[in-house]
Design a protein around this ligand. Structure first.
Ligand SMILES: Cc1ncc(COP(=O)(O)O)c(C=O)c1O
Length: 411
């Protein structure tokens, strides 16, 4: 295959050319099968080409491919909103649609500014919210995402995130909260701060779940000061952590929820969920987009939610996540290069001691184990696993074996 006509701006995890995908597997144009534990970066929630999802997309394509949301409302928009209302946290009852995660974090900021009349936004160290200018400015997980793009939008302030590897976690949470308090006392006053946006589990930042108590304290400060709490669930939502949304692991009621990736099993689709009272303060016409609410995306999302809602689905996610974490912890007993194993549902990571070792492991898994994995975190020392939520026990075993073999051979 010639790649001469393609941009080289894409960072490549593999040089595989994929011809088809099914469940947890992809087949290349040269006929090799790979176990895809990248899940298209936590997107293929129901696996590659789940029959219920592809049938819904195909059936919708026969009816109409595009129905522009400003021009008319098509007949899947409200049914999807009603389903999202059932599965999102209490109080979230109003939905806006777009196509990607970055568009939805941008939309959340636009809504927050309009609803509060305040200009600033607080984000957290280690966060990733997308690659558009606003989303880039809100991203603090790796310099490469921002470098060379200045000037970035202003009015974005970065609060500390607790280091979950600290010996005294309570102390570390207090330190991070003190940093937050310092920020709203000395840099961005609450009455100038529209919202705080946070990933309940840092994704690109290294698969780090917020420690218990931290999000609740941030949410309390938001409520006290009229700042909106935005949960960026682009990567952690739709069952990835063993609950429909990661925020359900915490005692927090977000004002805005950002959804994308797993929502439509890979069809480009995203949604913002909020309260009707906040949406009422979003002036009609102040936001929109040509493709938002695409009917095939709505069909894919409805079908995806059907699959995620089948009996025992979340039990399956939790069981497979536990199996993977247990497997990694067993490897950790033999290999001291594994510094920490972190898991919430099927958002699973093993952190290693060095970047070189981590990338050597990714390469070995790919070459010898036919296993696709990715790294995360600023230093690239975290190996993350994002298999489809439909992954089988046998496939988890294959992945753990592949990593075990790699660890035996990579010095
Ligand atoms: C938490 C989070 N927010 C936003 C985004 C941006 O989504 P997209 O790449 O669809 O624009 C990502 C992508 O990885 C993400 O993980």
């Amino acid at each position: 295959m010639s790649v001469d006509n393609l941009s080289h701006v894409w960072f490549k995890v593999t040089d595989l050319e994929v011809a088809s995908g099914e469940g947890s597997w992809v087949t290349t144009t040269s006929g090799e099968r790979y176990l895809d534990f990248s899940g298209g970066i936590a997107v293929t929630s129901t696996g590659h080409s789940h029959p219920h999802v592809t049938a819904a997309i195909a059936a919708q394509a026969q009816r109409f491919v595009h129905a522009q949301a400003n021009v008319y409302t098509h007949d899947l928009m409200q049914p999807l909103a009603a389903r999202l209302c059932e599965i999102t946290p209490d109080g979230i009852d109003t939905f806006f649609y777009a196509n990607s995660g970055a568009e939805i974090t941008e939309a959340a900021v636009k809504l927050a500014k309009q609803a509060t009349g305040r200009p600033n936004i607080i984000v957290f160290q280690g966060s990733f919210h997308g690659r558009t200018h606003q989303a880039m400015a809100m991203t603090a997980s790796k310099t490469v995402y921002r470098a060379g793009h200045a000037p970035l939008p202003s009015g974005i302030f970065i609060a500390p995130y607790p280091d979950v590897r600290a010996d005294d976690l309570q102390d570390e949470i207090s330190r991070a909260l003190a940093g937050f308090d310092e920020l709203i006392m000395s840099v961005t006053a609450p009455n100038e701060t529209a919202a705080v946006i946070i990933e309940p589990v840092l994704g690109e930042g290294g698969y780090i779940a917020a420690p218990a108590g931290f999000l609740e304290e941030i949410a309390r400060r938001c409520a006290d000061h009229g700042m909106l709490f935005i949960a960026d669930e682009v990567q952690s939502g739709f069952g990835r952590t063993g609950k429909m949304f990661a925020i359900e692991h915490y005692d927090v009621s977000p004002d805005i929820v950002c959804m994308a990736k797993g929502i439509a099993s890979g069809f480009p689709f995203s949604a913002l969920g909020t309260r009707r009272a906040l949406d009422d303060r979003w002036p009609t016409g102040s936001h929109g987009g040509t493709y938002g609410g695409n009917p095939m995306g709505c069909a894919a999302a409805l079908a995806t939610i059907d699959v995620l809602g089948t009996d025992g689905f979340m039990d399956h996610v939790n069981a497979r996540g536990q199996q993977l974490a247990d497997g990694l912890r067993l490897l950790q007993e033999r290999h001291r290069s594994i510094v920490q194993v972190r898991a919430l549902g099927l958002m699973v990571a093993a952190q290693f001691d060095t970047t070189t070792r981590t990338s050597a492991l990714v390469s070995h898994c790919l070459r010898e184990g036919k296993l696709i994995t990715m790294t995360a975190g600023a230093a690239g020392t975290t190996l993350r696993f994002m298999p489809p939520l439909t992954v089988t026990a046998a496939e988890i075993d294959l992945a753990v074996t592949a990593l075990g073999n790699a660890l035996d051979e990579v010095m």
